[in-house]
Ligand binder design. Structure first.
Ligand SMILES: Nc1ncnc2c1ncn2[C@@H]1O[C@H](COP(=O)(O)OP(=O)(O)OP(=O)(O)O)[C@@H](O)[C@H]1O
Ligand SMILES: C[C@@](O)(CCO)CC(=O)[O-]
Ligand SMILES: [Mg+2]
Length: 373
């Protein structure tokens, strides 16, 4: 079986409000950012499956025949109601020598690739191929690098398997898939996220798949097409952390203090809903300082809630303090525990001011981003 060569890309995301709470059935508002992950898939004839992941210093090859022995028995497939085939995950862990608590960057990415590749091609012939993934996104910093990776893998392997067609026509430089194909890509990407995250809500892969700004609630995705242009500064604290560990920590806290944590999650839900309402008002009436004031207060309240959930970090506190000293409001974005923060800029904030802030807060090359639609 010879797969078709293709190159594709998916964006990262920033969560405005609702991270963590969204895992527990609350609303999240998220938006794609103009930093992307790219994937190239190439058919090969050497009977090997290779992955080249330069961002995480991973280059691995397996013989197709070796991988064939891992294909699960179709009769003993997924347990009822479970999205992942636990037997296949266990088998792949053993094959790759990855123990259960191991969160190594390379291992997680390899496991996600092998899981999707074998699940997708297992019932037919395993193709010989080379997959290269590279990204503009910082890995493990709250901007959805795992989701962009999973979305690219899902789309490329679905294309290679013939389940969906590459959407490009002769004259086009770029193109998107139809809604039905996007839903299929999203569902496979969610499986990749399950391997990497453990218990993802699905918001990150939804943004990686559809882009733009969306409201996400318990798997329901509502694109928000009418939103004002907001300028948001992204700051990478460069403190490493793992989404899987942070999500598990919040779950433990909720289990330990249900009556204390439930109101916090409800409050985050109300913050997302209020933010959505204000954003909608900003598209219908003249934008005033009062709109910005509410958005800023919501950011402050949510950041406090995220600290209560235990996903803050001193470097994020520094970001909030440094920006507040200049009248700007910040919160963490994504899983927290380090990683990136977002700062809402007002239209009158000069670019000069932003440059100064980047220096002060130790930001990486990431700059203010616009909504990407
Ligand atoms: N460019 C990449 N190449 C290969 N694997 C990647 C790449 N980017 C991310 N990954 C995989 O995703 C993992 C990081 O995912 P994690 O969910 O912890 O962070 P994130 O997605 O950047 O942040 P968040 O989930 O908070 O948005 C890495 O350990 C790696 O397995
Ligand atoms: C922390 C979290 O809410 C967002 C990570 O970007 C996890 C998830 O929704 O899967
Ligand atoms: Mg992630």
């Amino acid at each position: 079986m010879l797969v078709k060569d293709c190159i594709l890309s998916a964006p990262g995301k920033a969560i405005l409000h609702g991270e963590h709470a969204v895992v527990h059935g609350k609303v999240a508002l998220a938006v794609s950012v103009n930093l992307r992950t790219y994937l190239r898939i190439k058919a090969t004839t050497d009977g090997k499956v290779c992955i080249n992941l330069p961002n995480i210093n991973t280059f691995l090859c397996w013989d197709v025949t070796e991988l064939k022995s891992l294909v699960p028995d179709p009769c003993g497939n997924k347990e009822e109601g479970k999205l992942l085939n636990a037997e296949l995950v266990k088998c792949l862990r053993e094959f790759a020598g990855i123990t259960n608590g191991n969160l190594d960057t390379s291992n997680m990415a390899t496991l996600a690739f092998l899981y999707i590749y074998i699940s997708m091609f297992g019932s037919s012939e395993l193709p010989s191929l080379m997959v290269t993934v590279w990204s503009e996104l910082p890995t493990g910093a709250g901007l959805g690098s795992s989701a962009a990776f999973s979305v690219c893998l899902a789309a490329a392997l679905l294309c290679a398997s013939g389940a969906i067609s590459p959407p490009l026509r002769e004259s086009e430089h770029t193109a998107r898939w139809c809604q039905e194909d996007l839903e299929l890509i999203n569902s496979w990407a969610f499986q990749g996220e399950m391997i990497i995250h453990g218990n993802p809500s699905g918001v990150d892969n939804a943004v990686g798949t559809w882009g733009g700004m969306l409201r996400f609630l318990s798997g329901k995705i509502i694109p928000l097409s009418r939103v004002p242009l907001l300028r948001i500064l992204l700051t990478n604290t460069k403190v490493p952390r793992s989404t899987k560990v942070l999500v598990a920590g919040v779950k433990d806290k909720i289990n330990k203090f249900p009556t204390i944590m439930t109101p916090v999650l409800d409050s985050v839900d109300a913050i997302s809903n209020t933010c959505e309402k204000v954003l909608s008002e900003m598209t219908h009436e003249p934008i005033t300082g009062e709109h910005y004031k509410i958005l800023e207060e919501l950011i402050d309240i949510n950041q406090h809630h995220l600290n209560v959930m235990g996903v803050g970090h001193p470097a994020l506190d520094t970001l909030c303090r440094v920006t507040l000293a200049r009248g700007l409001h910040s919160k963490l974005t994504g899983a927290g525990g380090g990683g990136c923060g977002i700062t809402l800029l007002r239209p009158e904030d000069e670019d000069k001011e932003m440059t100064e802030l980047c220096g002060l807060s130790g930001a990486s090359g990431l700059a203010a981003v616009k909504y990407e639609s």
